[in-house]
Design a protein around this ligand. Sequence first.
Ligand SMILES: *Cc1c(COP(=O)(O)O)cnc(C)c1O
Length: 460
Amino acid sequence: MAALLFHSTNGRSPAVDLRSAVLHGLAPDRGLYLPETFPQLTRAEIAAFTALPYAEIAFRVLAQYTRDVVPDATLAAMCQAAYDFEVPLEKIGDRVHLMRLDQGPTASFKDFAAQMMSRLMGFFLRQDGRQLIILTATSGDTGSAVAHAFHNIPGIRVLVLFPFAEVSVSQRKLMTTLAGNIRTIAIDGKFDDCQAMVKRAFADPALKSLPLSSANSINIGRLLPQSVYYFYAASRLAPAGEPMVFSIPSGNFGDMMGAIVAREMGLPVKKIIASVNDNDAFPRYLATGHYAKIVPSRNSLSNAMNVGHPSNLARLIAVYGGQMDEAGTIHRAPDLARMRRDLFSSSVSDARTRAAFLDFWHKHQLLLEPHGAVAWQGFQDWLQTEALEGRPAVILETANPAKFPEEIQKAFGWSPDVPPRMAAQIQLAEDFDRLTPDYDQFRDYLIGHYADHPTAKTHP
Ligand SMILES: *Cc1c(COP(=O)(O)O)cnc(C)c1O
């Protein structure tokens, strides 16, 4: 069988295989890659997951995409190495569970994607001895997850841009203490500024000689691994194949697209709840059919979700038959009625986020952090519109509470325990540069630090 092909959401670039899609990140027409057709898992194949550990489920899901580009044995070894941590499912109601995606090396759900993508990229690069510079913008968690995933991977250097005032101190330290092949820049601006600078660099002819690649949630190599934990949750909580409800705290909507991918591959899903903070472009779109990005993006407690224009919306719209370009203009409307049936989205203010995590603590004696609290409240909001009727539901907790000690300290007067691996990391010396959100200055920085790299070759 031939390799699965991926096409661009902008529809003006040729379809490519996974290798090329992963190494490029963004398609040449600035669209996002999506599989031409979603590979299908049968009911029996999904039912077999109930007896399998996480890494084996990851292998069986991802093998659907790596045919002809990664040998099965290599993929299996990558899954074993990437997923060597627990994925706890805490019971909080009859059939309602909290899925804790916070046990990876940076205590963030982004480890699930980054750990796999770094291995895929490393493998593809080694095949032909190339080098890459990963350029990524982070609103908090991506940078550290990506930096950790690529730390010490030969042939890959990483440059992370983050908004100085929008990331917590521990989030920052997780990425500024790595050194080696990892470099970080604090931008005196917003996440959107960082993202815009990165996007411009990719399109800049003056940087053509730099082998730049992206590792943001736009990379299909990050998106596909994020479908796995939905299969995992269903394997443990809905062994008979009952349709699931998922509430997902959403910023760039990569996590949420993981649920869509799982569903498109055959996982029975009743409802996907996209819970957002004050950056409510998506719930407004779902309600009105008019899309208006939030410029500038709004600050909130759940700072990894301060995204005014979620980049993965272009993919969601494509799955529903529409077309949205990278600027957020919709050229062809998706099937909005079907989208409204499948999805629910609600915006949770900081005040409601705080109230939600207090309420959750009192009801369940479990600590949420702000992102998980947004997901919990979004789920409550959905319950106002539709009855659960005994269906299995999962709320995603995407970070460890220790990454957001300020809120917990304020509410309870004590700080959560820092996971040991993270505690050791943030003791190390920090090293980062600072820039204003000025593109020309950033371009000079890139040329100054990377242009003379002896093995720099043209973009793959
Ligand atoms: C990135 C992030 C999110 C949002 O994920 P998206 O894929 O961007 O929607 C939610 N919670 C945490 C802790 C994050 O780091």
